[in-house]
Design a protein around this ligand. Structure first.
Ligand SMILES: [Zn+2]
Length: 420
């Protein structure tokens, strides 16, 4: 049974957008939105969110790393005799520098609003809304700290890492009121979890191009990165004839075009050469060396790996044809993380069916949570696909639709719990 769309959702969506505006003022600077891990700005955000969670009927706690968790407990009478089960909702509340106001925050606010919709009904399932303290990796150059603590995969070696001001992570956690010696306490491992569902702005243009307000994520794309160095011969721009040149930059240029061509011809692939360094780097000198980066992503690891290997062959062919040397160095690799098909199908069915599906090119806490429990993501259309930018924007109607989908899912989870 899907919940009929009511005008209430539009009013609540307006309130969510107003809340996002208020959270935007929780910033390290007065003129932009910058809210990094365990800063006073984050404490300010916790103040507002705690109040909103309580208003929604939840009990609120901050775990020892700094995740804010609102809980809507199952009713003791409903859950009697059954293993208590828990559904997790959430997203992150830290930001990049000079951020927009919806990346992360929107998912937390929609989750709180959705929980409020079921707060007064009988419940067999507990619902936790988690405002993850760290996803972007800004302060300690390590992402997903909050979700890794929750998923039980936090790397304790990070605790001794210092920020730009020389404050170690352990010190930062202590001064925020947490306890770096008990990070394990944050973990939900061993709990009976139904799953984790994250609402997030799309950060890309796919939903906008399809005129769809929301969509379900199939998979979070993996990526491979490489550094490629073409080595030729520097020479005088005025005296070396074209026929005998060994110009490394021209080879790199050919490689950039081949990379673009491959990605354009391969559905779902994106590939970027984001940097080129040329040496010696003078207007009257033939480039003797060109070093470029490659970032290649696809939601299917085999397709990505095939493309990556193909580009390596292409780089070698280009170098061979131009009598250059080439050195290829793999620098990074992360496999794709598929979302849980059953949970995703359940959300779709609860919402009335037919929600569009799309892959995520960006990383999310959901990648980490997928190692803990069935995980699914709902993307909300954002204007122009713009994110990590003050110009981030969403439509109230789209937020209302996301809320409606999540509330429908919560009702469906309850129905299934009452059967099984
Ligand atoms: Zn985000």
């Amino acid at each position: 049974m899907s919940t009929p769309r009511s005008a209430d959702y539009d009013a609540i969506a307006d309130r969510i957008l107003a809340q996002a505006d208020r959270l935007a003022s929780c910033s390290e600077g007065p003129r932009d939105i910058t809210r990094t891990f365990l800063t006073p700005a984050m404490a300010d955000a916790h103040g507002l969110l705690s109040q909103w969670m309580r208003d929604a009927g939840m009990t609120v706690r901050c775990d020892v790393i700094g995740n804010l968790v609102g809980t809507l407990p199952a009713d003791a009478s409903c859950a009697a005799g059954q293993t208590p089960r828990r559904l997790l909702l959430g997203s992150h509340i830290d930001t990049v520098r000079q951020a927009g106001r919806y990346d992360g925050v929107l998912g937390v606010l929609v989750a709180i609003a959705a929980a409020a919709q079921i707060a007064r009904t009988a419940r067999r399932v507990s619902v936790d809304v988690i405002a993850f303290c760290e996803e972007e990796g800004v302060r300690y150059r390590a992402p997903f700290l909050g979700s890794r603590a929750i998923a039980g995969s936090f790397d304790l070696a990070l605790l001794s890492r210092a920020d730009d001001g020389g404050v170690t992570m352990a010190e930062a956690i202590r001064s925020f009121g947490g306890d770096p010696d008990r990070i394990d306490d944050c973990s939900y491992r061993g709990e009976t979890l139904i799953g984790y569902v994250e609402v997030h702005i799309e950060q890309g243009p796919i939903l906008e191009l399809a005129s769809e307000p929301v969509g379900l994520v199939t998979s979070i794309a993996g990526q491979r990165r490489a550094s490629i160095r073409f080595a030729g011969a520097a020479g005088h721009a005025g005296t070396v004839p074209m026929a005998v040149r060994r110009d490394a930059l021209v080879a790199a240029a050919e490689f950039v075009l081949a990379t673009e061509e491959l990605a354009r011809e391969t559905t779902g692939m994106v590939a970027t050469v984001g940097t080129i360094e040329v040496a010696p780097g003078a207007s009257n000198v033939i480039p003797g060396e060109a070093r470029c980066s490659l970032d290649l992503r696809h939601q299917h690891d085999e397709i990505r790996d095939r493309g990556f290997a193909g580009l390596r062959e292409t780089a070698e062919r280009i170098a061979g044809e131009r009598s250059l040397g080439v050195t290829w160095t793999d620098t990074d690799r992360a496999d794709a993380v598929p979302m849980d098909a059953e949970l995703t199908a359940m959300i779709d069915a609860a919402a009335g069916g037919g929600l569009p599906r799309l892959a995520s090119g960006a990383g999310h806490d959901a990648m980490v949570m997928a190692s803990l429990c069935p995980t699914s993501m709902l993307f909300v259309r954002c204007a122009g696909g713009i994110s990590h930018n003050p110009a981030e924007a969403v439509l109230a109607g789209d937020v209302a639709r996301a809320l409606e989908v999540v509330v429908s899912m919560l009702h469906r989870v309850e129905e299934e719990a009452s059967i099984g």
